[in-house]
Design a protein around this ligand. Sequence first.
Ligand SMILES: Nc1nc2c(ncn2[C@@H]2O[C@H](COP(=O)(O)OP(=O)(O)OP(=O)(O)O)[C@@H](O)[C@H]2O)c(=O)[nH]1
Length: 365
Amino acid sequence: MNTSQHPDLGASLEQSRSGLRDTHRRSLMRALFLVTGSALVVFGCLQILNGYIWLATGELIASLILFFGITRINRTPRLQVWIYSYLVTGFSFALLIMLVPEASVSAFVWVLMIPVLAYLLLGKREGFLLSAPFMVAGCITFYFHLEFVADAGGVIDLLNMVLCAILMLGFIHLYETRREEAEQKLFTLAQTDALTGLANRANFQSTLDRTLAECARSGSGFALVIMDIDHFKVVNDTMGHDAGDHVLQNIGKQLTERLRITDAVGRLGGEEFGLILRDVKLEDSFQLMDELRQRIADSELPYGDALIRVTASFGIAHYPDHAIEAETLFRIADRCLFSSKRAGRNRVARAGLSPVKGPLATART
Ligand SMILES: Nc1nc2c(ncn2[C@@H]2O[C@H](COP(=O)(O)OP(=O)(O)OP(=O)(O)O)[C@@H](O)[C@H]2O)c(=O)[nH]1
């Protein structure tokens, strides 16, 4: 049964593991393109004044590519390719500058920017894999650049650089790990009903929308079921709210245990649950729900010294037999549920047919 590992949630988490969310990554890339593109124009002009025509040409061409990138980055489906191209070229270029014998010591501060950009744009795993080798290469280049590493001043410079690079990488790694965990927790909370652990209404609705789209493509059918516990108020009023909560949790468990992994269950609110049964015919979904109804009616739930018995009513709408839109399916299933309740409760009703009679509802302690 598919609840907490909701595919939409999975996709969101996958995006979260790539560093910033897509829209933020695009904004950051645009800002980076603008800043580096402009800086390259300035550097290019300075190189011309210094007489380094080839270097100036390279920098000006790179700045043109970056300005072109600003116009593309918002719409490109290949965001990851753009990010990798930018980071690998940028980091390699920074290393190249550091390798030039006349390079200023200040050029090496860019080594510390490597993990910041890589983690923000690629997330923890890929960010580490990309930044670690470039940072090591930067530190080694710095070592050779110092030349007089044997004297105390050189050793201090080298240690400052290495320590700062390690701390930078470590802190960013820790920060990104915590951020991913917090985001994962928030996603789960936002999509889950806290009491039962099932998908909440919004999560269930998006599963229904996705199921509709998939079934429209594959041509298969599914059933939307709305289930409501009968006279649930009596349980709350006679045994207390905690007993009511206990019943809701137990019913949630019974539903998830009985259904297939490809099916979905959610708590729509109060004592109402929603079920999506994939690849079933109307008649089969009816049989399955009647079996579930009987199982709920037969079970006795221990609570303290008492045994609680409840019954439930069901309404079924079938895609595509009854409707092909989520809203209409919901309306039909709801109408069927209402007719089950009106006919005496503890029943299953499907659209187009009259409710099938079952034994009367009971709530007994
Ligand atoms: N314990 C508990 N009770 C809840 C929760 N959410 C809603 N309820 C209660 O569920 C009850 C629903 O009552 P009604 O809407 O009258 O429905 P019912 O008593 O089940 O009657 P029918 O649906 O007509 O069979 C109310 O007493 C609500 O307070 C919850 O999270 N926990």
